[in-house]
Design a protein around this ligand. Structure first.
Ligand code: UDP
Ligand code: MG
Length: 309
């Protein structure tokens, strides 16, 4: 019988876990697969870990993994996938925003031969207008810049076949923009549209600062285009300066040159200074990532792992 593992990263999700597991267990009972779930505790500061252990004691299909501290969702997910060894793996959030019932449909498409079946959000209930707006803007920019097309309104909720999982396990980069990596893997991909529910309990761990950094992560991981920005901006400014210089020279020849031009000099200086700092900042973003990559630290550290019984 084929085996399915569901990987659930959780950070301070004590309020949702029982309800989540109840719904997931119902889905498991209906599937004609041998199923297990791997809960990854990403260094939670509430009762998430004891609750996971409780679930494991009550249900032999439950495996638990605890990281040494909070590493962030992308790494918690990576840790979970590294410990999963199944014919298919499903990734799902613990907050019940992604309905576990959809897994049945994912499995159906997987059996049709798809390697990656991902959920695309038709609606985003419980999210503000600003969040929706910024999300749209992000997908637009990403679509323009990235060499790997990242499907829009798609989170980490998805099913991976064994070979897609194995491919992903080979990607050991530290700057992990998972949505991009899933797309990068390729193979036969299939989108399933669903309505995203509001959070069951607790609050989102994403504020706008984290989202902004997440967006920069995505763009720098999958595109070098911002690095070219400086070149073209420089070319543009140089061309403009050439024409402007010509004009000043001609003006001086025709009308003479009284000592003037303080505003011009100030504006030019400030503008060029700004442009240079932006260009340096862009290079810095890439350099900083290169530095992190070069240190070759382990991606995450495991505190405790208990496989399913
Ligand atoms: N999560 C995690 N580590 C973190 C932050 C979040 O494992 O540092 C988990 C969290 O418990 C949840 C999932 O990642 O299961 C998605 O997080 P959240 O609901 O805050 O994100 P959103 O749904 O708002 O994008
Ligand atoms: Mg959520």
């Amino acid at each position: 019988m084929q085996h399915l593992t569901v990987v659930v990263p959780a950070y301070n999700e004590s309020e949702s876990l029982h309800a989540f597991h109840a719904r997931l267990a119902t889905v498991f009972d209906r599937l004609d697969l041998s199923c297990s779930v791997l809960y990854v505790d990403d260094g939670s500061r509430d009762d998430t870990w004891p609750i996971m252990c409780e679930l494991a004691a009550a249900d032999p299909r439950v495996a638990t993994l605890r990281l040494s501290r909070n590493f962030g969702k992308e790494l918690a997910l990576t840790a979970g996938l590294d410990h999963a060894d199944a014919d298919a793996v499903v990734i799902i959030d613990a907050d019940l925003q992604d309905p576990p019932e959809l897994i049945t449909e994912f499995v159906r498409h997987w059996r049709e031969g798809f390697d990656v079946v991902y959920g695309t959000r038709a609606s985003r209930a419980g999210e503000t207008h600003l969040k929706k707006l910024t999300a749209t803007a992000f997908y637009k920019v990403m679509g323009r810049l990235s060499d790997t097309p990242v499907p829009r309104d798609t989170g980490d909720f998805r099913l991976l076949s064994k070979r897609a999982l194995d491919a992903l396990k080979q990607v050991r980069e530290r700057q992990r923009f998972m949505k991009g990596l899933f797309a990068w893997v390729g193979y036969r991909q299939k989108a399933v549209v669903y309505a995203r529910d509001p959070r069951f309990a607790g609050t989102t761990k994403w504020n706008y600062w984290r989202l902004w950094n997440f967006a920069i992560e995505g763009i720098t991981s999958f595109s070098g285009a911002p690095l070219k920005l400086a070149t073209y901006l420089g070319l543009g400014v140089a061309a403009f300066a050439f024409v402007f210089g010509l004009w000043i020279a001609i003006k001086a020849l025709l009308f003479g040159d009284a000592v003037q031009g303080y505003p011009t000099i100030m504006v030019t200086m400030l503008f060029l200074g700004g442009v240079q700092l932006i260009a340096l900042g862009v290079i810095g973003e890439y350099l900083g990532r290169l530095y992190l990559e070069a240190k070759q630290r382990p991606l995450y550290l495991v505190d405790e792992y208990r496989p399913p019984r």
